[in-house]
Design a protein around this ligand. Structure first.
Ligand SMILES: [Zn+2]
Length: 440
């Protein structure tokens, strides 16, 4: 357990969600007061002139690799990466070893997060035993456990069997859970190396067609409608998928969808260099898809941004393209990428960023007390972001164990200056603290 005590902080002149400069007094882990000209004897003064205050970011989709794959990441290192990116809550995918498919493993994950102390680590439970797609896991036991699991996913794999998917959707209704689907028809993507399109044809690489994602999403929104349950679509990546979600929502289906920062910014043209940092599942798509997912996020069809932070050690990425692992780290860069793709383009305001990167992800995960607005009486979990700098993203920006970021060497706007979780600073003046709450 982290025994750090909350600090008394007086944040001066922060622009809450991009609005006019306001002071925030933080005491006992909550926001005690907001207003102008606040003072408090003994408080640590935080000069936030020109900084944007956002509610602590919430990521519904990360891979922390522990237990089992600690050479790639641990809960502690991934939590540090999350804090560096302005996050105060992350949802951890269950594709660990052992798979998080029992109450015991999800409670272990929760405890590892508490021990690290940087962010709240909320476990996601597997839908099927061992993520094998054959039998439902102990969903009820995970829901009733100390981890209070509400999100279930076989992410990394698609729940392909429609009867298993139907049963899972039915089961989670009892406790208001949600099935988060990795939408990928495995037969249509056998041997796939990149997006199927003009670039894959030119390079002679086996393609991952958009229809392999869209056909599963179409099936699942109909199943969710049929059983009256809640579906969440992970890392939606194609223009056609946006159309299907838009149609489903209009029809009243209880569906939410996420997009990753990389699908908002990068295209399959990057594969031409065979740099495996750009190999990811679902793959980087066409320019038309990037524009469509941006539009979908702007008009509310897509509900949230989630990173799909997927650490891999150097040897899994420095090999030839065909053998390289899928996935990118994304926690440290997410807010800066969303700034570039969505705010600089005029598609989102900072209040929208607070919605898609904090409030709504917490709501989808049914996590009370997270993603709450920066009002008096609410938990003091926030990030202070400086939108002014534009710097090259470098190795020094990466605080997790793996370095497989597609943004290394690329200029990105902004800088995370402070992250505070329930009154406990984790990032101070742009530097992650060695121990949460212990200022140097
Ligand atoms: Zn996935």
């Amino acid at each position: 357990m982290s025994h750090a005590t909350p600090h008394t902080l007086l944040v001066r002149g922060a622009r809450i969600e991009g609005q006019d400069a306001t002071d925030l007094l933080v005491r006992d882990g909550i926001i005690a007061e907001t207003g102008t000209g606040l003072s408090h004897p003994g408080a640590t003064i935080v000069d936030a002139d020109g900084l944007i205050a956002l509610p602590g970011l919430v990521d519904l989709h990360v891979h922390l690799r522990e237990p089992g794959y600690e050479a790639s990441e641990t809960v502690a290192t991934g939590s540090r990466a999350a804090a560096a990116g302005g996050f105060t809550t992350v949802f951890a995918m269950p594709n660990t070893s052992p798979v998080a498919d029992t109450a015991g493993v999800v409670e272990q994950e929760l405890a590892l997060g508490e021990a690290a102390g940087y962010v709240h680590v909320q476990p996601i439970g597997a839908v099927t035993v061992g993520q094998k797609g054959e039998r439902l896991a102990e969903l009820g036991a995970m829901a009733d456990s100390r981890a209070r699991v509400r999100v279930f996913s076989d992410d990394g794999f698609c729940v392909f069997d429609p009867l298993i998917m139907r049963r899972a959707l039915e089961y989670v209704k009892a406790f208001d859970g949600v099935i988060a689907q990795h939408a990928q028809d495995p037969r249509l993507t056998e041997g796939a190396q990149m997006n199927e399109g003009a670039v894959s044809a030119e390079l002679g690489l086996t393609g991952w067609p958009a229809v392999a994602e869209e056909s599963i999403i179409a099936r699942d929104v109909l199943l969710a409608e049929h059983v009256g349950s809640r579906l969440h679509v992970c890392h939606l990546s194609t223009a056609g998928s946006v159309d299907i979600i838009r149609w489903a929502k209009k029809r009243g289906v209880n569906v939410t969808a996420e997009v990753t920062p990389h699908h908002l910014l990068l295209t399959d043209e990057l594969v031409r260099d065979y740099d495996a940092r750009f190999k990811v599942n679902p793959p980087l798509r066409r320019e038309e898809d990037v524009l469509a997912v941006r539009e979908g996020l702007a008009d509310g069809t897509i509900d949230i941004v989630a990173t799909d932070h997927a650490p891999h050690p150097a040897e899994a990425k420095s090999c030839e393209w065909a053998a390289a692992a899928n996935g990118m780290v994304g926690l440290e860069s997410a807010l800066r990428v969303v700034h570039r793709a969505m705010v600089e383009t005029g598609l989102l305001e900072w209040s929208d960023v607070a919605r898609v990167m904090s409030r709504t992800p917490a709501q989808i995960g049914r996590l009370d007390g997270h993603g709450t607005p920066l009002h008096a009486g609410q938990p003091a979990s926030f990030t202070l972001y400086d939108p002014r700098p534009a710097r090259t993203f470098g190795l020094g920006d990466l605080r997790g164990r793996s370095k497989n970021s597609p943004y290394l060497g690329r200029e990105l706007p902004g800088e995370i200056r402070w992250t505070v979780r329930t009154g406990i600073p984790t990032v101070v003046d742009g530097a992650v603290l060695e121990t949460p709450g212990v200022l140097a």
